[in-house]
Design a protein around this ligand. Structure first.
Ligand code: CA
Ligand code: CA
Length: 147
């Protein structure tokens, strides 16, 4: 089912990405996830990101500070969907800047590097607005979601 993911990321790169999420979450209560799928079909990347945000129950984090990176591999479409807690805090162009950062890497076929850069930048912002507490719970898996 997920063979196409290997056209984008090697096993090792996938693990590096999971590690980057774990590292980012060391500094914040926020929760970052990545969802990869083959194609967006007739939807927009934003619509798909929103749908998967719900499917992965990312709206249920205590502080509404989940962030989903959505990527349709065949269509090369990228979107970010974030919880209302974090959207209330970051500047209006914040997500677009992260998208731009990732796309600059994608253009030179640096897929894992691009996603890692996006995760790190998001982690910094989350850390600023939602610092990690001593009793932090990993509310959402750091594994890459594939659909
Ligand atoms: Ca957490
Ligand atoms: Ca997590």
């Amino acid at each position: 089912m997920s063979d196409y993911i290997r056209t984008l990321l090697s096993e090792k790169q996938e693990q590096a990405l999971v590690h980057a999420i774990s590292q980012a979450e060391l500094h914040t209560s926020g929760e970052i996830r990545i969802h990869l799928e083959k194609s967006i079909g007739n939807s927009s990347a934003q619509q798909r990101a929103k749908k998967w945000f719900g499917k992965l129950e990312m709206h249920k984090t205590a502080e509404k500070n989940g962030v989903l990176f959505y990527l349709a591999i065949k269509d090369r479409k990228l979107a970010i969907w974030a919880g209302e807690g974090i959207n209330a805090k970051v500047p209006a162009n914040f997500w677009q800047e992260i998208i731009n950062l990732i796309i600059a890497e994608f253009k030179v076929e640096h897929f894992s590097e691009g996603l890692i850069a996006g995760v790190e930048k998001t982690g910094q912002a989350l850390g600023e607005f939602f610092p990690r507490q001593d009793d932090d719970i990993d509310e959402l898996s750091n594994e890459i979601s594939k659909g």
